[in-house]
Design a protein around this ligand. Structure first.
Ligand code: AMP
Ligand code: GLY
Length: 454
């Protein structure tokens, strides 16, 4: 089968690698892809022509490309095209999509929509209110005091959440978002949320829900092994918030009680809510959780897989990923997700990310990525480099890839223990060089995880 994969990050390289490993896939068309997807077997990178973006306005380009390559289904990596309705537009043209339609993508596209859904279905989460007037926000903050969390309603590329330790910081966030309009339309509505303390984890899951599947008792959300991102720039969870400096999976020391509480108070009511709202959702979902003293609480839904969590989780998958996508789609009644036998390797993955110096602020690109690879640290079954902001300057790939973004690559290493996985990952990372390369040295160590602490 032929798959079209949309996106250009490390997550998409990991998805491409997992698809390429399947004996069910003949071709993977990556739009636009990156240096990593270009070098995988069976792949072709298709550049987006200028003025074309992976959004519904460019639907003709995607339909034409899908036709040319006889695509069986499209897998969408990032959230923006899903929130803009690309899945709706492709389904309308008869092309199956792994990734939800616009209505369900609101779970990520609007914090207010997500909180209303959580409250309606009794999902464990922080108390909150939604405001549309700055004066309302200011008086709520004055009554509640700090710490408090201020969230812009719309998509804000990671800049829409302020965990405010003081009232002054909270009031400044309200001023920036609502009055100064620093986030444009995304900040015109705010969710003001109770501050939760604990440690954060990410649970990615496959989703196959439709009114028809629900009638047959076959609607399902199947969670993956839990992962942990490390969002802060510097060792010891200090410094600026980033798109993710590394991930591990599974999360060490996660108790059966936590998993049970997550299933009972978050996952199952989410499935019930999808069914009750007659939501059609075929794709992946990401539960961002805070593990508090009173159990796991849902911080956010994302309507896609996490980055860099995917680079840590997919190497643990011990079954065919393309087959899993088919089960999610259930297009030819080959078997539903509910019946799919999802299996995981025993062991751990540690996946530190190397970034361009200066990220997440200003950084330079265009530096060659050199690899001096000793035999023990090659791309083996257990160590894999997933490229993100990296591109080949020419299609022959004779020269090394060059940096083209902030997050450049992740090295994912698998081993029976997390300590061994860490050593392997960092050993391999030391063989890679590019100008201004920077990475955290503590991914997977105790004390490295994001904690929501002020
Ligand atoms: P979100 O986009 O909602 O996941 O928020 C981004 C980050 O802000 C999370 O990963 C947490 O570190 C932090 N955060 C969000 N909500 C809360 C909360 N209610 N309490 C404490 N920290 C939070
Ligand atoms: N790693 C966090 C995210 O993908 O949103």
């Amino acid at each position: 089968m032929n798959v079209m994969l949309i996106g250009s990050g490390g997550r998409e390289h990991a998805l491409c690698w997992a698809l390429a490993k399947s004996d069910k896939t003949a071709k993977i068309v990556c739009v636009p892809g990156n240096a990593g997807t270009a070098a995988e077997a069976k792949t072709v990178n298709v550049k987006l022509p200028s003025g074309i973006s992976p959004e519904p306005g460019s639907i003709d380009f995607f339909v034409k490309t899908a036709g040319e390559h006889k695509i069986d289904f499209v897998l969408v990596g990032p959230e923006a095209p899903l929130c803009a309705g690309l899945a709706d537009a492709l389904w309308e043209k008869g092309i199956p999509v792994v990734g939800p339609k616009k209505d369900a993508a609101e779970l990520e596209g609007s914090k207010d929509f997500a909180k209303n859904f959580m409250k309606k279905y009794g999902i464990a989460c922080a108390d909150s209110i939604t405001v549309t007037e700055a004066a309302q926000a200011e008086s709520y903050i004055k009554t509640k005091g700090a710490p408090i969390v201020i969230k812009a309603d719309g998509l804000a590329a990671g800049k829409g959440v302020v965990v405010a330790a003081t009232r002054e910081v909270a009031l400044k966030a309200v001023n920036d978002f609502m009055k100064a309009g620093t986030l444009g339309q995304a900040g015109k509505k705010l969710v003001l949320e109770e501050y939760l303390q604990g440690s954060e984890i990410s649970v990615l899951a496959a989703v196959s829900v439709s009114p028809e599947l629900a009638r047959k008792g076959k609607a399902a959300i199947v969670p993956f092994v839990a992962a942990r991102d490390h969002k802060r720039l510097l060792d010891g969870a200090r410094g600026a918030n980033t798109g993710g400096m590394g991930a591990v999976a599974p999360v060490p020391g996660l108790s059966a009680d936590v998993s049970e509480a997550f299933a009972r108070t978050i996952l199952e009511p989410t499935l019930k809510g999808f069914i009750a709202e007659r939501i059609e959702y075929r794709g992946f979902i990401f539960f961002g959780l805070m593990l508090t003293d009173s159990g796991p609480k849902l911080l956010e839904y994302n309507v896609r897989l996490g980055d860099p969590e995917t680079q840590a989780v997919l190497p643990l998958l011990d079954c065919d990923f393309a087959h899993l996508c088919k089960a999610i789609l259930d297009v030819k009644n080959e078997g539903t997700l509910k019946e799919f036998d999802i299996r995981w390797k025993k062991g751990f993955v540690c996946a530190p990310v190397a970034v361009s110096g200066g990220y997440p602020e200003k950084y330079r690109t265009g530096f060659p990525i050199m690899q001096n690879v000793p035999p023990t640290a090659q791309n083996t079954q257990d160590v894999k480099i997933f490229f993100a902001g990296a591109e080949y300057a020419d299609s022959t790939r004779r020269n090394p890839p060059q940096t083209s973004g902030g997050r450049v690559l992740a090295v994912s290493a698998f081993a029976p223990t997390l300590d061994e996985a860490r050593s392997k990952a960092y050993e391999a990372l030391k063989t890679i060089r590019f100008e201004n390369m920077f990475y955290r040295t503590d991914i997977g160590l105790p004390g490295a995880a994001d904690s929501g602490n002020l």
